[in-house]
Design a protein around this ligand. Structure first.
Ligand code: ATP
Ligand code: MG
Length: 288
């Protein structure tokens, strides 16, 4: 998938302005993309079965985005064909006191997918170089010894810790896919208004969302720096256009399916001895 045009290639300077949130590629409408999307969902179902039966690799999918960019909808649509027994979603919100009593990777590390499983992180340890960087006051609650305030080195060390941990996971069989759902500020306003005007969606809106929106440019600078420092050969970032929900679903499903395909997964092979036992079981069940 490294040739995917939404891939933020490691080693190449990443600039957010080179990526258009309204991009829909060669597709003009949802109807136009529907067949490919449906195919992807079906293919994902088959690959998940292989992943689960192989019980060797695991797949970690990380979703990061501004509010209303469609993290939940992406999970709901892209995973709609997947066996729930092989998939686990973890959402990371403001850390609890117990979580703050540990290092910043701890709470996510505990939720990593087991072999054979797909784990989806809706937000992740990347919040520690995003919301925490935009609001450094959150660091007070982390009570880091000898901490004198966040400087460039502090954030570099966080990027380094993340890269090292991800490399370790990849070496041990976790495939990592990281998606930044790239929404425009204008589309976010439209979606917020939709949530305010539709009583059925009121519950989705919070005043805090509006406050974070005021810091839009700061967030974008943090996202850009984060991608520049943590898009690595072993775990690269994909910057997915998010102004059209159906195109987001199409891109994300495409990348997941192609990545799983690239693993060349096979059902576990059956030994001659197992075949004999299967035949004996067959006969015991009344078949010759
Ligand atoms: P949705 O709004 O779709 O339900 P969400 O992921 O935005 O999903 P919220 O409960 O609205 O969930 O917000 C969670 C908030 O927690 C976000 O503003 C996020 O930035 C914040 N958060 C996540 N991790 C941390 C962290 N480590 N430190 C401080 N805040 C965090
Ligand atoms: Mg929210």
């Amino acid at each position: 998938m490294k040739e995917n045009r939404f891939y933020a290639a490691p080693g190449k300077r990443f600039r957010l302005k080179d990526y258009d949130p309204a991009d829909t590629g060669k597709y003009k409408s949802h109807a136009h993309a529907k067949k490919t999307l449906d195919d992807n969902i079906e293919r994902l179902q088959r690959y998940q079965d292989l992943l689960f039966s192989g019980n060797s690799y695991s797949l970690l999918i990380i979703l990061q985005a501004m509010d209303a960019a469609g993290k939940d909808g992406t999970i709901k649509h892209v995973m709609s064909g997947v066996n729930p027994a092989g998939c686990e979603v973890s959402a990371f919100k403001q850390p609890s006191q117990q979580e703050l009593d540990h290092d910043f990777l701890w709470r996510c590390y505990k939720e990593l997918p087991e072999r054979g499983m797909i784990g989806i992180f809706s937000r992740s340890y990347y919040e520690e170089v995003l919301v925490v960087r935009v609001h450094p006051k959150f660091l007070d609650a982390e009570r880091l010894p000898g901490f004198g305030g966040p400087d460039e080195t502090f954030w570099k060390h966080r990027f380094q810790a993340i890269n090292d941990m991800e490399k370790h996971l990849v070496r041990n069989g976790t495939v990592i896919l990281k998606f930044f759902l790239h929404l425009s500020k204008e589309e976010q306003a439209r979606r917020f208004l939709g949530r305010i005007e539709d009583p059925g969606k009121n519950w989705k809106f919070s005043d805090a969302d509006l406050e974070e929106r005021l810091r839009w440019d700061d967030y974008m600078a943090c996202y850009e720096d984060m991608i520049n420092h943590t898009s690595t050969k072993h775990a690269g970032w994909y910057v997915i256009p998010a102004d059209s929900k159906w195109f987001t679903h199409l891109c994300v499903s495409d990348i997941i399916v192609e990545t799983l395909k690239g693993l060349k997964l096979k059902y576990p092979s059956v030994s001659a001895e197992q075949k004999e036992r299967l035949q004996a079981a067959r006969e015991a069940l009344g078949r010759k």
